[in-house]
Design a protein around this ligand. Structure first.
Ligand code: C2E
Ligand code: MG
Ligand code: MG
Ligand code: MG
Length: 279
């Protein structure tokens, strides 16, 4: 009986595996076509000043327009990374986000910054820095207005001499580096201190804790305080509740990003909220 069961489990496992592999291959094929047929769009989420709600900058977040539906990045970025397709996709993101930033600067929002998410594979590319500089030049943008977001886990996992060199040349060119999802990677602030980053993005899980667990309130506050001591700016991710905002104002957090201020919005809609106070 056990043997029979085992056998059956094996079969189920096999079918599941096969399904997963086929799904992956299909997504991979579709991603190739998506690049060719321009099926990606960027939505932009405001990063706002906590006490005023004034928009300081935007984060570009990719979506895939597939069969009239918007596919979220978590459904395809992983596969794009595994297959190397993240490189052309990432190039498109940087180019598109910078062109939009240029448009916003021309509309009079000259202080606005743009944050773009970057995968490890992009940083490992020889031409990466040159590509970014060219896009900035083509759009006549001040490089200080572009911020590249790299997740803490990626940076810890992939940081080697080459990536370290890439980060240094980005900094030399005044491009900002932001450490995304901070707090998930268990790296110490002592380690962070040695990286050439200018901004720390505190992960949503810490922001969620502000409400639920009173004692871990202090963790977010401590992170903000210590980051400031290291000369870093702090952005709080996933702020949804007014109480979280109050807490972050108390600790002098530099910017908040989350549904409380705004969801990520397409170009036309983001333009309408830029001169508003979102909080
Ligand atoms: P991320 O960079 O940490 O972006 C923040 C994510 O949190 C976004 O999800 C955003 O929509 C979501 N978010 C913002 N505020 C709130 C809130 O108040 N509540 C909740 N529940 N969620 C909130 P999204 O757009 O689905 O992106 C997910 C992840 O996909 C991003 O996390 C980033 O790691 C990755 N990603 C997005 N665009 C790109 C891209 O162009 N290139 C690369 N390599 N990765 C990207
Ligand atoms: Mg990000
Ligand atoms: Mg994040
Ligand atoms: Mg994230």
């Amino acid at each position: 009986k056990a043997k029979e069961l085992g056998k059956r489990n094996y079969v189920v496992f096999n079918i599941e595996m096969k399904k997963a592999v086929m799904e992956k291959a299909e997504i991979q094929n579709n991603l190739r076509k998506a690049i060719e047929f321009n099926e990606f769009v960027l939505h932009y989420q405001p990063q706002v000043e906590p006490h005023t709600g004034r928009v300081l900058g935007l984060e570009a977040l990719i979506r895939w327009e597939k069969d009239n539906k918007l596919v979220p990045p978590n459904k395809f970025i992983g596969i794009a990374e595994e297959t190397g397709l993240i490189v052309p996709i990432g190039d498109w993101v940087i180019t598109t986000a910078c062109a939009f930033l240029k448009k916003l600067h021309d509309l009079g929002y000259q202080e606005l910054t743009m944050s773009v998410n970057i995968s490890a594979l992009q940083l490992q590319e020889d031409q990466f820095v040159d590509k970014v500089l060219k896009v900035l030049r083509d759009n006549n943008l001040d490089s200080g207005k572009l911020e590249l977001e790299i997740t803490e886990t990626v940076l810890i996992e992939f940081l080697d001499a080459k990536i370290s060199h890439v980060l240094d040349s980005l900094i030399e060119n005044n491009i900002k580096i932001s450490l995304d999802d901070f707090g998930l990677g268990y790296s110490s602030l002592n380690y962070i201190k040695q990286l050439p980053i200018s901004t720390l993005k505190v992960d949503k899980s810490f922001i969620d804790d502000i409400q639920s667990a009173p004692e871990s309130k202090n963790i977010t506050g401590l992170i903000v305080t210590m980051a400031h001591q290291l000369g870093l700016k702090v952005v709080a991710e996933g702020v949804e509740k007014p109480e979280q905002r109050e807490y972050l104002i108390k600790y002098d957090c530099d910017a908040i990003q989350g549904y409380l201020a705004s969801k990520p919005l397409p170009e036309e809609e983001i333009i309408k909220v830029l001169n508003k106070n979102l909080l």
